[in-house]
Design a protein around this ligand. Structure first.
Ligand SMILES: *Cc1c(COP(=O)(O)O)cnc(C)c1O
Length: 371
């Protein structure tokens, strides 16, 4: 019998969220609402659909392995050199490439916890260590929902190779501000690569939440990770990118890529999306206005919802999380529970969010208001 490496055997099986069509059929309703994966609810932009149709007839050929047109467009958009850019099959693949390039047994990664679910898996697959630094309360008397940057700095030791800072943080939606993040980056030792995971950057409305690309300038151990999956609406096509101050970092990440992993269709769609930035911004403004309405509605119900800078909100329901998520699901609303901690709810259309709120009112009457 063959056996995988123990590190791989120990990995949890991936459990996808419920498919809304299956759920609707199962409970006998016309439609279920999916607020579980932080996609945007809008259909792809017309220019994106046109670009996809245009390349459809060329897909008997391999894509451009270097994604030259897309890399050029990204370099121009962000004011960096093409040598500072790496593209990947979703930002998650770039995280795997970062781990392959910088982490090995005997070294470690450090990150806040709770944060993006993939971070612990990166260390586990690499056979490397994980230093998890618990979130702290972002407001007086609030729940633990934001980064402890001092704690993260204290967790760095000789084994640390990569620090991951998810800003805004998934799943809590909270964001660290410019002064504290700049001071933190100045204090991190040079031998540690800091990856600012800004998957939700486009939804940030507080001007005091820094743009990682600005903070990266002049700091050769800093890189910024972004994705087309969230605000840009291309989750189904899988495109992400990494911008690094030091071209050597981008090169190391490019060297570990799976050949041709950003498809021809994905490259064309991403280029078209970048060229439609005005429309994307208008959509994002609708999402952030709806986020603020959803937050206010939940607070009106006594829930301790943190200020989110992303396209989801976090309900710290503690021990009741799994039960509330299951009850919502039986009412055709799919959310993302983190058992024992809280519920992450993606901002949907106003209509979808009203369906969620109505279901929440039914199931959560008497849910204690966080702590
Ligand atoms: C969604 C997400 C990503 C990346 O998504 P891709 O679809 O792989 O580009 C990366 N980081 C965080 C924190 C995310 O939530």
């Amino acid at each position: 019998m063959v056996s995988p490496r123990p590190a791989v055997s120990a990995l949890p099986a991936y459990r996808p969220g419920r498919n809304p069509a299956d759920l609707a059929r199962e409970i006998g309703v016309p439609r279920a609402v999916k607020l579980a994966s932080n996609e945007v609810a809008f259909p792809p932009l017309p220019a994106v659909v046109a670009a996809i149709s245009q390349v459809a007839g060329e897909t008997n050929r391999y894509p451009d392995n270097a994604a030259g047109v897309l890399v050029g467009a990204l370099a121009q958009r962000y004011g960096v050199d093409v040598a500072q850019v790496a593209t990947g099959c979703g930002a998650v693949t770039l995280l795997q490439q970062v781990a392959q390039a910088y982490v090995e047994p005997g070294t470690s990664l450090a990150y806040a916890w709770r944060s993006f679910e993939m971070y612990p898996l990166l260390a586990q697959v690499a056979g490397a260590g994980s230093r998890q630094v618990p979130l702290v309360a972002g407001t007086d008397g609030g729940t633990a929902d934001t980064h402890d940057l001092d704690g993260l700095l204290a967790a760095v030791d000789d084994s640390t190779r990569v620090l991951l800072v998810c800003n805004p943080n998934n799943p809590t939606g909270t964001a660290v501000r410019r002064a504290e993040l700049s001071a933190f980056l100045d204090a991190v030792p040079d031998h540690v690569l800091v990856v600012l995971d800004e998957a939700y950057r486009e939804f940030v409305t507080d001007p005091d939440v820094p743009d990682g690309v600005e903070l990266m300038r002049g700091r050769p151990n800093v890189a910024v990770l972004r994705t087309f999956s969230k605000a840009w609406g291309l989750a189904g096509l899988r495109v992400g990118y990494l911008l690094a101050e030091d071209p050597g970092v981008a090169e190391a990440v490019r060297k570990t890529h799976v050949p041709f992993s950003v498809s021809m269709v994905a490259q064309a769609a991403a280029v078209a999306a970048l060229a439609s930035e005005e429309e994307v911004r208008a959509r994002v403004a609708e999402v952030t206005a709806e986020r603020d309405r959803l937050t206010a509605e939940l607070r009106r119900r006594g829930q301790a919802v943190a200020d989110s800078q992303a396209n989801f909100v976090w309900l710290p329901l503690g021990e009741r999380t799994a039960e509330v998520a299951a009850a919502l699901e039986s009412r055709a609303v799919i959310t993302r529970p983190f058992a024992g901690e809280g519920l992450r709810v993606t901002v949907g259309t106003p209509e979808e969010d009203d369906l969620f709120l109505a279901a929440f009112d039914e199931v959560a009457a008497g849910v204690p208001a966080g702590r």
